[in-house]
Ligand binder design. Sequence first.
Ligand code: G3H
Ligand code: ZN
Length: 283
Amino acid sequence: MLVTSKELLLDAQKNGYAVGAFNTNNLEITQAIIRAAEAKRAPVLVQISAGALKYAGAEFLPMIVAKAAQLASVPVAIHLDHGPSFESVLQCLRVGFTSIMRDASKLPYEQNVAEVRKVVEVCHALGIPVEAEIGKIGGAEEHVVVSDREATMSDPDECARFVEDAGFDFLAVAIGNAHGFYKGEPQLDFARLEKIRSKVSVPLVLHGASGIPDAQITMAVERGICKINIDTEIRNAFIRTIQKLVAENPDQIDPRKIFGPGIEAMQAIVEQKIEIFKSAGRA
Ligand code: G3H
Ligand code: ZN
């Protein structure tokens, strides 16, 4: 069933688990996410970036996800990931998104607040929750590219002020997490996360979770992370599976024979993540 992310994240916060937010670009990834969520009886967010909307169609991809969510036997929210502008938010609200991120974290503090406030006014009037970010998460996620030098951790006092000033629902934090594959083993700053948690009452979000060791994910969930974003590991499972099958079966031209196992490989990743996030059995 299609729901907003607010009910999902508030339940996660209350009961000490995190909801997985998995990126989709097409039908197959969407199927993998929903099948995994149903198999694990877990609530889930299916998230779509501006790049995914451009690739698959600003109306077409959300229609696929919305229909999949309506048919699903578990609660599913459709989330705009790293919303780049006010206009992009309106476009998503028009086609039925039930959760919005406005990412203005690259802008100076006052501008970040102003951009987020503008989105909050519209979204809250429609009953749609808003995620915002402070600090700069390193790495590359489509149009969001932050070099190691530019990456900055979220400051706990600024986090508290940001929530107060901009009035949004979920806070994405930069605590040593980064988008894409990590160069070495990531080391999340748990002391910083604990400080943020002590000063902020809204659910916290961890981006760039592909490649973070399971033990650190568990520690992050224990310290108040309620939404965890995964993209890279899903893409990797899909493409590596397809590459292998194409190499092994050069004469195979039935896409279902290639994409089918690709869906299964992605589903396995999403199921593993759901277990680590402790959201299995919560639906
Ligand atoms: O917004 C999406 C994510 O933060 C995903 O990050 O590609 O490192 O898993 P990832
Ligand atoms: Zn992200």
